[in-house]
Write a protein that binds this ligand. Structure first.
Ligand SMILES: Nc1ncnc2c1ncn2[C@@H]1O[C@H](COP(=O)(O)OP(=O)(O)OP(=O)(O)O)[C@@H](O)[C@H]1O
Length: 411
């Protein structure tokens, strides 16, 4: 197609869509977080390595425990879901039963809740009606029940724990230890393999040494996507999601460039695509363009900041508000304003040291910025400023009853 021909067909597409009243997005679910596409370009090797490890199931043996590492949005969960799906289909066809509970440890919120979800998945709760909710059982006893159940039924279990790092520091070590050692007691027939997925490359260092060696019998690292890889992933996704001609190549390229600039995160790239489409639809635009992607980036950033401040502790909120009210922004003055706000709200202020810590946490989150400024012969001092729009801070605090009076006195 010549360039002019492409332009003409773009124009025709715009007219056709406007005339037919078709929406920009034709398959909205393909832009959601949970959607796993049929093809996962650039992850063939990782998928093949996982398949190789799990294939021992077909030889009647236990697959090695496996850890998958990589930054967020590098396709870890998508690869595991795709391979597991095929494994379950294949084993079904061969008359072999393999159980593969996929649990997100962070969403489960506690090691105990995670155990409950595993029990649910394996059908233990249904079978042993008495132990529904494990009420009254200690964590050790609950783990033991699950392992006993697997052993009695000679089940082949591949337990996938996504965001496994969130189990560390939450009594999860003991549970992981029991699961990794379970096979010593299983005898012939049944087994438990563990696949752990983690965003944190340093997660292993935090593990109990007993767990570390047995959990990482094998490891695969997922590297961040390059901008070009993200562009191709997005182009494929856009073909599924959008009506013909409803998004420009320039908009796709910009999504890829923005997500690539951070850390090659495909989730971020797809989020940008989705929010850009929502914004374009809201203004009845005839196609998604670069300006919608830029607006989407701003909206996502604003929404994230808003959520972080909304969910912060009361004292972090006091500190944030104190920084907005401080005149010269030095640590001493911010602390004074903070203490005075606490007193107004009849709360005991934290120590200055703790407040300094909170400021540095806020700095790391990008919510405040701290600069060292020279004051000539008076030496140097720190200048703390809020790094997000004041309106975002106000928006985040307005529904918190502790702050409603303080907010009105701030105007
Ligand atoms: N190679 C790929 N091709 C197509 N889509 C992909 C690819 N890799 C990731 N995605 C998509 O990007 C999104 C994020 O991927 P996924 O959830 O697998 O990342 P992750 O590495 O598990 O991240 P996290 O650790 O934060 O959960 C999903 O919507 C997924 O479908």
């Amino acid at each position: 197609m010549r360039v002019d021909d492409k332009k003409m067909s773009d124009i025709d597409n715009i007219f056709d869509r406007a005339a037919s009243g078709k929406s920009l997005v034709k398959k909205r679910e393909t832009l959601t977080i949970d959607y796993v596409p049929e093809k996962l370009p650039f992850r063939d090797q990782e998928a093949a390595a996982l398949a190789q490890t799990l294939s021992t199931v077909f030889k009647g043996a236990r697959p090695s425990n496996l850890l998958l590492f990589g930054k967020p949005g590098t396709g870890k969960t998508a690869v595991v879901k795709t391979v597991v799906d095929r494994l379950v289909k294949k084993s079904g066809a061969l008359g072999i039963t393999v159980d593969v509970p996929i649990i997100n440890a962070k969403l489960a919120n506690s090691a105990y809740k995670m155990l409950f979800e595993i029990a649910e998945h394996l059908g233990l709760n249904k079978e042993e009606k008495k132990v529904v909710h494990f009420t009254g059982l200690s964590m050790g006893e609950a783990t033991d029940r699950i392992l006993q159940f697997i052993q009695n039924k000679k089940m082949r279990v591949i337990l996938v724990i996504d965001e496994i790092d969130s189990l560390v520091d939450r009594n999860g070590d003991d549970v992981l230890y029991s699961f990794t050692r379970a096979n010593e007691r299983m005898g012939k027939g049944g087994f438990v393999s563990l696949i752990g997925i983690s965003n944190s490359l340093t997660f292993k260092d935090k593990l109990d040494p007993r767990v570390r060696s047995s959990l990482s019998e094998e490891e695969t690292v997922f590297n961040p996507y390059t901008v070009e890889q993200l562009r191709q992933i997005l182009s494929e996704r856009a073909k599924l999601a959008f009506s013909e001609g409803a998004i420009t190549d320039a908009a796709i390229n910009l999504c890829a460039a923005m997500a690539g600039r951070e850390h090659g995160d495909a989730r971020k790239a797809i989020d940008l695509l989705r929010v850009a489409a929502e914004l374009a639809e809201r203004e009845h635009a005839l196609r998604v363009e670069e300006k919608h992607v830029r607006a989407a980036q701003e909206k996502i950033e604003k929404d994230t900041n808003l959520e972080v401040i909304k969910n912060a502790t009361t004292h972090t909120k006091f500190v944030m508000l104190a920084i907005t009210k401080s005149k010269n922004g030095n640590t001493g003055e911010v602390y004074e304003v903070y203490s005075s706000l606490c007193r107004q709200a009849e709360q005991e202020p934290l120590t200055q040291r703790r407040v300094t810590q909170i400021i540095s946490e806020l700095d790391q989150l990008g919510l405040v910025s701290t600069d060292i400024v020279s004051q000539g012969r008076y030496g140097r001092s720190q200048k703390i400023k809020v790094a997000v729009p004041l309106a975002t801070v106000k928006d985040a605090l307005k529904d918190d009853p502790t702050f409603s009076d303080l907010m009105s006195s701030s105007d």
